[in-house]
Design a protein around this ligand. Sequence first.
Ligand code: BDR
Ligand code: CA
Length: 310
Amino acid sequence: MKKVILDVDTGVDDALAILYAVNSKQLDILGITAVSGNVPLEQVNINTNRIVKLLGVEDRINVYKGADRPLLKQPYHEFRVHGNDGVGGALDDIAIDFPEHDVFAPDFIIEQAKKHKGELTLIAVGPLTNVALAVRKEPRLAEWLKEVIIMGGLVQSAGRGNTIPTSEFNIYADAEAAKIVFHSGMNITLVSLDVTRQVLLTEEHIEELKGTKYYDFVKQSTVDYRQFSINLYGINGCALHDPLSVGVALDPTFVQTEKYYVDVETQSELSYGQTICDFRNILKKEPNVNICVGVDSERFLQDFLEYLKR
Ligand code: BDR
Ligand code: CA
């Protein structure tokens, strides 16, 4: 089984990604690391522990807290899409005893990568602060990790960012961290908005889950998210950004990739957090990121639903 660590900023779709990863029973999840992002770190920690409890795996999967703010700039949260608590109030009834694990998330990532050299996949679906801190502290992390699957950025759909026109939330929330990670030498696959926007969990899909353990959670937690999508695109659906990144770990053939040089803009106010792909190799730099150029949405969505129904 593939060994993975999930780095999350739970968030509605992070929660769905965790449900999918755990319920698949196809991944050996060594731990979940939490980072400030959609909501502040403390809330991310609460939401993630509640999801782990909902899944009934609290005895074997620990949540480790990491960065409570970006490397340089002020925290930027996404309450518009994820609601005040990040999960649309859908986990309020789950009591947790706030377990605190005394290892800082970046240190946990380093420790596990060292222990499982060449075997560990890091799935990072929040701002990249934890990953940047880890690789700054231990540059050998880049060679120790088998791969890093990052949900972030947009490359081919210029101007269609979800935070500012040029930029996607995870990269925008800490572009300096993203720049460090992209230049670290890690084997990166970037699951960007170009493909994640093509996988929409619709109301009909959610109804397919009726009678299963996760139906109520999925339905309630996605209400604000789907309303946001209705207002913006006229579609009652929830883009499965983070679950698709887990999907790529489970089955890389869900996406088609090509490798290019990709850099991150950190200077400009107009395009802070833009992921810029040098398709024509004008800069003559070594390709550093596998970008996703296509996705088999239907097959992925069926896989996602199948695992959630189990
Ligand atoms: C990404 O930003 C967050 O709001 C989501 O959880 C996802 O990781 C999409 O841009
Ligand atoms: Ca996320």
